[in-house]
Design a protein around this ligand. Sequence first.
Ligand SMILES: [Zn+2]
Ligand SMILES: [Zn+2]
Length: 182
Amino acid sequence: MSNLIQPRDLQTETRLSDEFRLIPRWAIAGALLAFALTQYYFWIVLPEHRHHPSGVPVPFRLYLIISWGALAALYVLMIGYISNDAPRRGMSARLWMVCVIMPGGVGAVLYFLLRQPITATCPSCGAHIEGDYHYCPQCAYQVAACCGNCYRSARITDIFCVHCGHDLTASQPPARLHAFTR
Ligand SMILES: [Zn+2]
Ligand SMILES: [Zn+2]
């Protein structure tokens, strides 16, 4: 198998900065608006409809109202994030954007518990590949580093297989691996 020695990073691992980039502009604008609206409601609309002055001290009220505003903004950001994150995992964005509105952040927790791995495509044949695949199911193209003896996962920087002790440098590692291991 000649393509066994060309592990390729499909970037199925994501960094936090990349995750933030998934939040669309409309969600950021929406979050700011949600924050502004909650402030407007609690500071201006609500006191006008209240006949007795509220007994809550001002610093505590400030804390509460800012928290409510931040929470509202967070919900909007979550919805924006899911609108871009769900499709790349083969999940329904619309369904999850509705679910995430569930009170108490239950929807968000469920989303992160249940979300599928990011799907990618095979660089060789274009077939769908999931995050934990080592080889393409359609053309056997190697998409992640693994041991040449036991075929379990290996890190690109490992010299010996952590599962079977196989010398990974002996199984014709790619040039990139040599650069790391020397
Ligand atoms: Zn393939
Ligand atoms: Zn091994």
